[in-house]
Design a protein around this ligand. Structure first.
Ligand code: 4NP
Length: 177
């Protein structure tokens, strides 16, 4: 993964994480909380949890401070992932500095993130399925649909996060000079 940037300066400071990852959707109550939870679990299983800091946010502010959608919480729980403690927040301008990799769930989220980003930070923004699975496709917004849409979203996120964790494992465990 050529785009991965190591933060050597951060290693000298208080933060142990070498990489900061942010998942972004529209409301931060359906898709990106699921992505955050699945990715956290994958990192923990790969013994990478201390090396990667993870958060999620929404381009919109409607659900700020709210818990994830109950359908996301229930879908995650069925797969052994607890996202019930997460709280929604809107993307902030300083997220573009803080996060090395910003994963947009769909092309609309990606366009919004690019439009708001300083041009020097555009290379930090990725469409999630394009970067992880090589398909310029959306993780579809399940908010207005039925419960089965959440399972489909879960499966897409699981596949992408498994790939991402596997790649990061190779890069973050490289000996550092
Ligand atoms: P999310 O789903 O972007 O995956 O969190 C949505 C949640 C809420 C709304 C739209 C999408 N909404 O319009 O309130």
């Amino acid at each position: 993964m050529g785009k991965l940037m190591m933060k050597s300066s951060v290693l000298d400071g208080k933060e142990k994480a070498q990489l900061q990852v942010l998942f972004v959707c529209l409301g931060n109550i359906c898709r990106s909380p699921l992505a955050e939870g699945i990715f956290r679990q994958g990192l923990a299983e790969a013994q990478l949890a201390d090396l990667v800091a993870v958060d999620s946010a929404g381009t919109g502010d409607w659900h700020q401070g709210g818990a994830p959608d109950p359908r996301s919480v229930e879908t995650a729980a069925r797969h052994g992932v607890d996202i019930s403690g997460q709280r929604a927040r809107q993307v902030r301008i300083d997220d573009y500095d803080r996060y090395d990799m910003i994963f947009a769930m769909d092309r609309s989220n990606e366009a919004t993130m690019r439009a708001r980003a300083p041009s020097s930070r555009h290379d930090r923004i990725f469409l999630f399925l394009e970067h992880t699975l090589g398909s310029r496709a959306d993780v579809p917004d399940p908010y207005h649909g039925g419960a089965e849409g959440f399972e489909d979203v879960y499966q897409l996120l699981r596949q992408g996060c498994t790939e991402l964790v596997s790649r990061l494992g190779g890069e973050l465990r490289q000996p550092r000079g």
